[in-house]
Design a protein around this ligand. Structure first.
Ligand code: NAP
Length: 303
């Protein structure tokens, strides 16, 4: 069974290179003919890990290739994922599986609704990777991948491929709780690091603000039937801030580098979910407004 990997960015390359070096069939799907030329020129994907670089000549193709797709790993940003799958729709087999690596929530549900014949597996990853050149990925931080099917169902047999490839993974029977928890942590920490222009640790000087946000996020998670994800949220937020005190958040780094953020699938999703439930979350809305204003002033998309 071939793994088709859509998006040769940081995480897509990290998954593809580990699968390929374990001898598992992988094909990259790139967005344009120019990207394919760049890819062929580079000779494939280079993975840098613990100071050692290795080149992997993984076959690559364009979305309009003819071969059917049984298993698709979508490694685009949340705002690109649905549009990136659309040109592949004719190639998806009736019982195909789509693994969604996107951060936040909202993009996964949109994809699951649009392609109901597919089994959509949501993934929450704490692994870290970044691109330091075209077709070159650096494995920056070991972590974990939780995989789960929001529609229920058993763990798939192909998790063995991940074992063989050394990709850490845990099958989760409540993947939505995990994604909501991560989203809540992100909403409490990341926007404030952008607005206060600071490292994570400096947020401990804004305890009152953190505490008020955690209160609203806890109400929201509970209203969304995610009480388990809401448990001890404020304490977990403080723990994460302390453990990552010297780091700049991913959103901070995106803004600093002039890159589009995934705000619509993080704080934006939290605000939309509250609105649809008729739940008042004034502090989250105010944070969302200020963050969007900040992005707009820097010429960055606010969605
Ligand atoms: P990334 O490096 O920007 O990679 C995204 C890739 O998607 C790019 O190569 C982009 O191609 C490609 N793409 C976009 N539209 C496409 C299309 N229509 N067809 C084909 N390819 C397309 O992003 P990332 O850091 O890997 O993040 C991917 C997701 O994983 C995000 O939701 C992120 O939050 C999540 N995540 C990332 C990490 C991490 O450490 N990087 C950790 C946890 C979760 P171009 O190069 O042509 O633009």
């Amino acid at each position: 069974m071939t793994w088709h990997v859509l998006g040769a960015g940081a995480l897509g390359s990290l998954w593809a290179t580990r699968l390929a070096r374990a001898g598992i069939p992988v094909r990259m799907i790139l967005r344009s003919a120019q990207r394919l030329v760049d890819y062929q020129w580079a000779g494939g994907l280079t993975l840098s890990e613990a100071g050692h670089a290795s080149l992997h000549a993984i076959p690559a193709e364009l979305p309009d290739a003819a071969t059917p797709i049984q298993r698709l790993l979508v490694a685009c940003k949340a705002y690109d994922a649905e549009a990136a799958i659309a040109p592949l729709a004719q190639r998806l087999t009736p019982n195909c599986e789509i693994l969604l690596l996107q951060n936040g929530l909202g993009s996964q549900q949109a994809i699951a609704e649009r392609w109901p014949q597919a089994r959509c597996i949501f993934v929450s990853s704490t692994e870290g990777a970044y691109r330091d050149g075209p077709m070159h990925v650096v494995f920056a931080g070991h972590g974990q991948n939780w995989l789960g099917d929001s529609g229920g169902g058993n763990a798939p047999a192909w998790l063995e491929d991940l074992d063989r490839a050394g990709i850490p993974h845990i099958w989760s029977t409540n993947i939505l709780a995990r994604l909501w928890r991560k989203l809540a942590l992100n909403c409490a920490i990341n926007p404030l690091t952008v607005l206060h222009d600071c490292r994570n640790g400096e947020l401990l000087q804004h305890r009152q603000q953190l505490s008020e946000l955690c209160e609203e996020l806890t109400e929201l998670l509970t209203a969304c039937d995610q009480a388990a994800a809401a448990e001890d949220l404020e304490r977990e937020v403080r723990r994460v801030i302390e453990a990552t005190a010297a780091n700049y958040s991913s959103m901070y780094q995106d803004v600093r580098l002039g890159r589009r953020t995934e705000i619509a699938y993080l704080l934006g999703h939290a605000c939309r979910s509250a609105d649809s439930l008729g739940l008042a979350v004034p502090r989250l809305h105010e944070l969302h407004r200020r963050l969007r204003e900040h992005l707009s002033q820097r010429g960055l998309p606010t969605d």
